[in-house]
Design a protein around this ligand. Structure first.
Ligand SMILES: [Fe+2]
Length: 196
């Protein structure tokens, strides 16, 4: 079944993110959805045609990880934006963050530090489903270095397209704007679903 691009236009008007920046970002995301579907179709046709033992199949299969994760990570990112309230006391997620990092402030310091690392990629608060550990981590590009078995709880895009239109090289200011707009209800729901 083909993937459908989701509509995130409700985020337009969010403080610290211009309409132009968001619309560009939505267009870029839609490209990942289109290419994910295109690659899935081509790969399935190659299977039908008996062309799987070919370098073309291998390279397109590798490419699929780039396009698919480009699609999915943007969905995590847009869906954990648009929040107005701080992470509520008493939620499982705040308890987990405090247990792992000592305090919310310590977690935020570490999350921002990972987001400020030089290079392009993604910053994530992960929950390790195997032992319950929470960690802030980094994904190069879209498809490299995912931690197996970990669920993304908060996802921050630090590719330059995510901020340069509004912030130029001031990535820290963009990250500060992101922190103000985290949809903690969504992040908490991800945590509760993964932490069973
Ligand atoms: Fe992006």
């Amino acid at each position: 079944m083909a993937y459908q691009a989701k509509n995130y236009s409700h985020l337009i008007g969010m403080e610290g993110f211009s309409k132009q920046l968001l619309e560009n970002h939505f267009t870029l995301y839609q490209g990942y959805v289109t290419n994910t579907n295109k690659l899935a179709d081509i790969l399935s046709q190659m299977l039908k045609d008996g062309k799987t033992a070919t370098p073309e199949y291998a390279e397109l299969k590798r490419r699929f990880g780039w396009e698919f994760n480009g699609m999915r990570l943007h969905e995590y990112y847009f869906e954990n934006l648009g929040g107005k309230d701080a992470l509520a006391k008493g939620t499982g997620l705040i308890g987990a963050i405090e247990k792992q990092f000592g305090s919310y402030a310590n977690w935020e310091t570490d999350f921002k530090a990972v987001g400020s690392m030089r290079g392009i990629g993604w910053t994530l608060l992960y929950l390790d489903g195997a032992n319950g550990t929470r960690s802030n981590d980094w994904i190069n590009d879209h498809d490299m270095r995912h931690l197996a078995g970990c669920t993304p709880i908060v996802v921050l895009d630090v590719f330059e397209h995510a901020f340069m239109i509004d912030y130029g090289l001031k990535r820290a200011d963009y990250i500060a704007a992101f922190m103000k707009n985290i949809n903690w209800k969504e992040a908490s729901a991800r945590y509760d679903k993964a932490h069973k």
